[in-house]
Design a protein. Structure first.
Length: 447
């Protein structure tokens, strides 16, 4: 694991102290993830105010609340990959006793079903969460408050029902499925339903006094799939590392990438927050980090990962009133990315240019725009001349003679077809059906 400079460590500590002091949080554990574990982590304040000289540690449990949704979403996507459900399946396929019809799994994952936020019964006033039976029967009385896909509308209710879908499809309780599919393979031993073992005490700090009050601890029951997990900084570092570089045993990397594609914009004012399939997509400056936040009485948490640099930030706080956990976690990660970036890999030369690609390299034109086609490590790539440096090239894979599939970058998924004359010389190419020629041509002209 790479190191960070003492100056960066000091800056990170100052960020944590500022947040903890200004927002009067009894205890904070903050960390930065890189290289498969915690690159840096520090506890400030007290895990239990009765023991003021013992701050939270990387092994102190916090309720991570809605961060649980990312685990539920990964379990759903794993079942999809196994062919046991489809994202466009209707909920009634799995819960036929429901009177609500036409809600898809995809809508539930992305919070675009239009269903109300919480289960019926004022559960955050009574603090009594529904059992599985009560969740399903009560769903009939739930209200559809918006048209599907009209706008993003967060719904704990839908994620609780996704937990029920996982349980019914996988033939075991939601947590048992998540433990077997995710937690055990990633060795996340301290991630449990509810607090277990060394844990922080959750507090409410009143606005006009400085004496914290202990918050009640809820039994999440059927709401566990949306908000029931407790975890530690060490375990969440493993989760951030997985999000950055997925383990195929848990979920195929292509599927995790699919989950990180925006389904809907949550922040319609400034476009700083979108939602994928289970993950929040948070813009911080020029970067997008994926993750989630969580809030339960006495516990506010955030975990966000910049996948391109495999750098994550986490903020775990034992107070109902706390700073924005998403902004807190993102600031920690981005500070390290900017001030102690990962060293780039040294450039290494390729071994050979494949014969079928030798005639394709160089300058080409399409729709009047110049493109450079190059070979890197034996693969064909294309980049528009003058394209911004942050935009990746289009990368192609050979299908058969003179046909290639764009596997990433511009026009991903589209075909590149090569046309040769009788002597085998390349005359033109067609990319996503558009003409690609050696000279710039107007529409309708032939090379």
């Amino acid at each position: 694991m790479s190191e960070i400079s003492p100056r960066t460590r000091q800056a990170l500590r100052r960020i944590v102290l500022e947040r903890q002091g200004r927002h009067r949080v009894p205890g904070v554990f903050a960390g930065v993830v890189r290289g498969g574990g915690l690159l840096w982590g520090e506890g400030v304040g007290a895990a239990d105010v009765a023991v003021p000289d013992q701050p939270p540690t990387a092994d102190t449990q916090f309720l991570v609340a809605s961060n649980s949704k990312t685990f539920t979403a990964v379990a759903v996507m794993a079942l999809r990959d196994e062919g046991r459900l489809d994202l466009d399946d209707m909920l009634e396929k799995f819960i036929p006793e429901s009177s609500h019809r036409g809600i898809t799994v995809r809508q539930m994952l992305a919070h675009v079903s239009g269903m109300q936020r919480e289960p019926v019964g004022d559960v955050w006033e009574t603090l009594e969460q529904p059992t599985r039976e009560e969740l399903v029967t009560g769903f009939d009385d739930a209200e559809k408050v918006l048209r599907p896909h009209h706008r993003w509308h967060y719904s704990n209710l839908m994620y609780a029902l996704l937990g029920e879908v996982v349980a019914r499809v996988d033939g075991r309780d939601w947590y048992d499925s998540v433990k077997a599919r995710i937690l055990d393979p990633l060795e996340m031993r301290r991630t449990t339903v509810g607090l277990s073992g060394p844990a922080t005490v959750g507090y409410f700090v009143p606005p006009y006094t400085d004496v914290p009050r202990v918050e009640p601890t809820l039994d999440s029951k059927a709401m566990a799939a949306c908000a029931g997990l407790a975890s530690t900084a060490a375990d969440l570092a493993a989760w951030s590392s997985f999000v950055a570089d997925p383990v195929a045993e848990v979920l195929h990397p292509d599927t995790l990438e699919e989950m990180c594609q925006p389904q809907i914009m949550a922040d319609l004012s400034r476009w700083t927050l979108a939602f994928g399939l289970g993950f929040m997509l948070l813009r911080s400056g020029d970067r997008v980090l994926v993750g989630h936040t969580g809030g339960m009485p006495g516990h506010i948490t955030g975990l966000f990962t910049h996948r391109e640099s495999a750098t994550g930030g986490l903020a775990l706080m034992n107070s109902t009133t706390a700073p924005d956990p998403a902004a807190f976690a993102a600031e920690l990660a981005c500070h390290v990315i900017e001030h102690d970036p990962v060293e780039p890999e040294p450039w290494t030369p390729g071994a050979a240019v494949p014969d079928d690609l030798a005639d394709l390299v160089g300058l080409w034109f399409s729709e009047g725009t110049p493109f450079e086609f190059t070979v890197r490590q034996g693969r064909l790539e294309a980049r528009a001349v003058g394209a911004p440096a942050h935009k990746p090239p289009a990368v192609f894979e050979r299908l058969d003679e003179d046909r290639y599939r764009t596997v990433s970058g511009r026009e991903a998924g589209e075909l590149l077809r090569v046309t040769r004359d009788d002597q085998g010389q390349v005359v033109k190419m067609n990319w996503a059906t558009y003409l690609v020629s050696r000279a710039p041509l107007a529409f309708g002209e032939q090379p």
